[in-house]
Structure formats: C-alpha cells, structure tokens
Design a protein around this ligand. Structure first.
Ligand code: NI
Length: 164
C-alpha cells in the first residue's frame, strides 16, 4: 500500500465531474487504488477521501467514521443519493483545503446507493456525521467543495496559526 499525494484547492481536478466506473474497471489495479486511498485517509486522519482528491477523476470514495468502525471502511463506487432529509448546521473541513473550516448546512439523514469494492450493489443509510461524510464525499465527485455551500459572505476560518 502507499500514501497518495493529495490535490489541493484550487487544483482543477477538484472541480471536474468525475467519470463513472465500468464493470471492467473493477479490477486488481482498482483494488490497489482503494487500499491506497484508505491508507491515505487514515494517514491524514480524514473521515473520507474521494478519488479526485488524489488527482483521479473517477466516481470512487472511501469513508471511515465511528458508525462504520465495526464493518470497516465504506467503499463507494458510482454512488448516488437516493434520499435525504432534515437539516443541521455543521462545521466542516476538507483535506483539500487544509487549515480551514467553515459553517454550512447538511442533511440529518442520507441514503446512498453504491457498489462496493467487488462491484456489488448496496444501500447505506447514514445519520449525522455519516450523512455529512456521504454528502461531502459525493459532492467531490461532482466538483463541489464545502465552501460552495456556505452562505454568501461567510468565509472559511483558519484552524491553525499561519506558518512562515
Ligand atoms: Ni473534502
């Protein structure tokens, strides 16, 4: 496994609509990419990572939050939101915008349909942090960043003192 280099805002790869994976794409090299993405997410203490964040414009993401701890990291291939409900205000960060967080609204509950790493169809229903992670990572696949959801005039705030 390997830790992959991250892409940072304003890298254009983060603004592209990522491509769907086909059956033939679910192969050994994809398994390696998934393992590398999980290792990278853990190395930087992220709760999720989407392929565009490692410079790969494919509809693939991994998520690891306390709710998924028992079953292992979620692998989402070609995920689609089936339904969402509720609204709550969150403070969110992103590995592609290090050192900042911002306030925005996310759904309370989200249901997503995706394929797992073996290409099997499944549905995942998430609440709170898992719902937020699902919305955040699926946004990445459409070239959307959390800053796009902030109210006009709101700015992300720094969470670390500026270096150098
Ligand atoms: Ni992100």
């Amino acid at each position: 496994m390997a830790i992959l280099p991250l892409s940072y805002h304003p890298d254009p790869v983060l603004r592209q609509k990522a491509k769907r994976l086909k059956e033939k794409d679910i192969n050994d090299s994809l398994q390696k990419l998934i393992d590398d993405m999980i290792e990278t997410m853990r190395a930087v203490h992220g709760v999720g990572l989407a392929a565009p964040q490692v410079g790969i414009s494919l509809r693939l993401a991994v998520i690891e939050v306390p709710q998924t701890a028992a079953a292992g990291p979620l692998v989402l291939i070609n995920p689609e939101i089936v339904s969402r409900s509720g609204e709550r205000e969150v403070e969110e960060g992103c590995l592609s915008l290090p050192g900042f967080r911002g306030k925005l609204k996310r759904s309370v509950k989200v249901t997503v349909r995706a394929r797992d790493r073996n290409g099997r169809d499944y549905k995942i229903r998430g609440e709170d942090l898992l719902a937020e992670a699902l919305e955040h990572e699926l946004d990445h696949l459409n070239g959307t960043l959390y800053i796009d959801h902030m109210e006009e005039g709101e700015k992300p705030f720094k969470i670390e003192p500026e270096e150098g």
